[in-house]
Write a protein that binds this ligand. Structure first.
Ligand code: FES
Length: 119
């Protein structure tokens, strides 16, 4: 269990259904997605070149970055195009119609560091 507290992110009503909203919590940019069955918190920027994820297109479970076409699964955070990338996940809870996020990314085993690539 992390020692970092959950921080108030926004009211649940601020995140459009089938949409997303970026919030900055303690310097951590996080995108909150509102899927048909839950809220999901992921890293706030595209892994390719840092486009804000709240401005990307969401079609079903697919998040598409308009700049160069990278795609991600909203539900898993895994890259679709390319498949080796992944959006980090943050713990999120809803309390009295408010969303609270723990701004510490949960590391996944297959995280892939793309920072060494020359795009
Ligand atoms: S910044 Fe998202 S695909 Fe390039």
């Amino acid at each position: 269990m992390s020692e970092v507290d959950f921080i108030y992110a926004c009211d649940a009503s601020a995140v459009p259904e089938n949409g997303a909203l970026n919030v900055n919590l303690d310097g951590e940019e996080i995108t909150i997605f509102h899927t048909p069955d839950r809220f999901i918190a992921r890293s706030g920027f595209c892994k390719h070149n840092g486009f804000k994820l709240e401005l990307c297109e969401i079609t079903g479970d697919t998040l598409t970055c308009p700049l160069h076409g990278w795609k991600y699964s909203v539900s898993t955070g895994k890259g679709i195009k390319p498949s080796y990338t992944r959006l980090e996940t943050y713990p999120i809870v809803m309390r009295a119609e408010q969303l609270w996020v723990q701004p510490v990314a949960q590391k996944e085993e297959d995280d892939f560091d793309t920072s060494a690539f020359d795009w």
